[in-house]
Design a protein around this ligand. Structure first.
Ligand code: GDP
Ligand code: MN
Length: 394
């Protein structure tokens, strides 16, 4: 689960990361007021959306007067901001963060991620942060410093100091960097984060370290024990198809194609999407109905997939272990009747109670297309599309 920049800054500040003073606004008037309240002579106005790349997309601006803050905020509110990291629809701006501007001498990059290979939290850092960090990863990957943290020891001071030296920091900045690194690590570990990123972490002209941007992402499976984090969820930033599916216990990810997928098991879902591509089609979604799926659950899966207007054919692929093919088949038949399906449905069943399942499909009298193998199912789905694939993304 992602949170907003201002929320991440508030959390990291609690752990000891230095952040600029700022205030949140829900309207242009409030943004102007926040600037006056903060005082000073320059402010940065930042669209709060669950995406980076706002600077390059016109979502961040340095303003010189409270009126300018008000005016720029007015252009942001209600806008769908499209960045390099969002899809073509962008993300809606409903909150704006106003903070006192920092004067920047140098921009660093700091990221904490889970390194699956070493099974440890890894710090990725660079002395050349800012908006072009992704280009840097391509053009000069050696300039990225990496360091893994031993979970039994935590991030030790000497390790943090070593990284500070590697980044070329000097004098009092080294101690500030050690504080910042250890604070980020503790926040990551204590709050079940999966990602903490500060880009840029700046050195100001007076020589201080400040986190100008902050991004945190959390392990959804740990939210049950992180209620304060769970409360920070902002549904306006989520794909409505995905959040509704999540409410029904379905694991769904919306994609751009037109072949709707209803599968059991994440691995089989991935394999099915690959097979669809191989057969020349485009999947409309990833959907794992999970183990022990009742007919009702299968019906919900149909409704979820059909909520996407691009879907022109549905492929049901079940390899039943814990699941039962007859239940899934009942769900398919029920969905056909309840939802009033008008598009082709390809069904491939294998595993537990497969004969009973097939019998239900065959005797249903519905125009369901049966397939025996995954390859056949994918080919049948591609062949039965009534219209050529339309792609939402440019
Ligand atoms: P992102 O593009 O979504 O990652 O948004 P950032 O918060 O990183 O802001 C984008 C860029 O705006 C930063 O890389 C900075 O160069 C610039 N910026 C942000 N805050 C300030 C500030 O206080 N002063 C100045 N001069 N520039 C800022
Ligand atoms: Mn940034």
């Amino acid at each position: 689960m992602d949170i907003h920049e201002y929320q991440a800054k508030e959390i990291l500040a609690r752990f000891g990361v230095p952040v600029p003073r700022g205030g949140l606004a829900y309207s242009p008037e409030q943004a102007g007021y926040r600037a006056r309240e903060l005082g000073g002579s320059a402010w940065v106005v930042k669209a709060q959306i669950h995406s980076g790349g706002r600077g390059a997309a016109g979502g961040v601006k340095l303003c010189k007067t409270p009126d300018e803050v008000h005016a720029f905020a007015a252009t942001l509110f209600g806008k769908q901001l499209v960045t390099k990291q969002t899809d073509a629809n962008g993300k809606g701006v409903y909150r704006v963060w106003v903070e006192g501007a920092s004067d920047i001498a140098q921009e660093l990059y700091l990221g904490f991620v889970l390194d699956r290979k070493s099974e440890r939290i890894m710090i990725v850092a660079s002395a050349h942060g800012g908006m072009e960090i992704e280009d840097l990863a391509d053009s000069d990957p050696n300039s990225l410093r990496r360091m893994t943290i031993d979970p039994a020891v935590g991030l030790s001071e000497f390790q943090a100091r070593e990284l500070a030296f590697q980044l070329g920091l000097q004098g009092g900045q080294v101690a500030q960097m050690v504080t910042t690194l250890r604070a980020c690590y503790r926040a990551y570990r204590d709050l079940d984060a999966v990602m903490v990123e500060i880009n840029p972490l700046v050195i100001t002209h007076s020589g201080d370290l400040v986190a100008l941007d902050a991004k945190m992402s959390f392990d959804t499976n740990a939210l049950f024990r992180q209620s304060q984090i769970a409360e920070l969820r902002d549904r306006s930033q989520e794909d409505p198809r995905e959040s509704t599916a999540g409410d029904h216990g379905l694991s769904y990810v919306g994609l751009d194609g037109d072949i709707g997928c209803i599968i059991n098991g994440a691995g089989l879902a991935m394999a099915t999407m690959d097979m669809i591509k191989l057969a020349g089609g485009e999947p409309a979604n990833f959907l794992d109905i999970g183990g022990g799926a009742s007919p009702e659950r299968v019906v919900r899966a149909f409704r979820t997939v059909l909520a996407d207007g691009n879907v022109s054919v549905i492929l049901v692929n079940i390899f039943a272990g814990i699941n039962r093919c007859d239940w899934v088949a009942q769900g398919v038949v029920q969905a056909y009747k309840e939802v009033g399906l008008t598009i082709p449905v390809v069904v491939r069943l294998a595993g537990t109670n497969v004969e009973e399942g097939k019998a239900i499909i065959d005797s249903s009298g519905l125009p369901l297309i049966s397939a025996d193998t995954l390859a056949e199912a994918a080919a049948a789905a591609v062949a039965s599309r009534p219209k050529p694939a339309t792609h939402k993304a440019a």
